[in-house]
Design a binder for this molecule. Structure first.
Ligand code: BGC
Length: 252
């Protein structure tokens, strides 16, 4: 069956219908710039436009870059603070036609990317403790035990040198500080040492915008865990959002 997946990011709102069995996009993805300020109402309108582009009626899954528990947003590190406390599932429900399938499913962006990567990408068939980390504007995390997600882990906000780890080691910081891949990899190494000390994952998947450059920094990282670049690149959020909205998928 096809499900519409929509991925809300700091710079763009992207969506596409996804074949929920194969995890493949059933149509070319459509992207609209994230409105600024990225208030709930403005972003919801954009989400509605993405769905309209596909004349969509049917189940919809939407990602949000913060903690989401049962459809309600609880944090907004890189979003407008007015998101905190918003019932995003109800808000998006007003602009989406879910074809009678109930409220859209809303989940954390890194969790969605991880769900997709575990099913159709570099985590496929892997059990034990697996951690997906997305390096972008922030650092997102998705933790799996035997393939099952522990949602909202928020490991980008671990403290490193007295501040939020994502303020030292995200891809945005690499760009802003014009760090070479080697210099940035040193920061990522420190961060991963901390993560490994706390969680001892067997496998770490590196996703987000930098995944396409994984060969430039992943070989520099020395960990006990196996560490590999994600495979689904910038489609992971869309695919994971759609998978989470598949009928019968347990809610958080
Ligand atoms: C947010 C996470 C999100 C990550 C990546 C962090 O700032 O707190 O929820 O997954 O950025 O977007």
């Amino acid at each position: 069956m096809q499900i519409l997946g929509i991925d809300i990011g700091g710079s763009g709102v992207k969506g596409a219908p996804v074949d929920s069995d194969s995890g493949e996009l059933a149509a070319e993805r459509f992207r609209i710039e994230t409105p600024q300020p990225a208030t709930p109402e403005a972003v919801a309108e954009t989400v509605g436009e993405v769905a309209k582009h596909f004349s969509w009626s049917g189940p919809v899954g939407v990602t949000y870059p913060g903690v989401v528990i049962r459809g309600t947003v609880h944090t907004a590190a890189n979003m407008d603070h007015s998101w905190i406390g918003v019932d995003a599932a109800a808000l998006f429900g007003k602009v989406l036609d879910t074809g009678g399938s109930g409220a859209p499913r809303v989940l954390n962006d890194a969790d969605a990317a991880g769900v997709a990567e575990m099913a159709h990408g570099a985590g496929r068939g892997r059990d034990g403790v697996v951690l997906m980390l997305t390096f972008g504007t922030g650092i997102g995390s998705a933790l799996f035990l035997d393939g099952k997600l522990v949602p909202n882990t928020e490991l980008g906000h671990l403290e490193l040198h007295g501040k939020d780890a994502e303020l030292r080691a995200s891809a945005r910081i690499r760009a802003e500080k014009e760090l070479s891949w080697d210099k940035w990899a040193e920061r990522v190494q420190e961060y991963l040492d901390l993560v490994e000390k706390l969680l001892s994952p067997e496998l770490i998947l590196v996703g987000g915008g930098v995944a396409k450059h994984a060969d430039k920094f992943v070989p520099l990282l020395k960990l006990r865990a196996e560490i590999v670049g994600a495979k689904l690149m910038n489609e992971a959020g869309i695919v994971g959002a759609a998978m989470a909205a598949a009928p019968g998928t347990a809610s958080q």
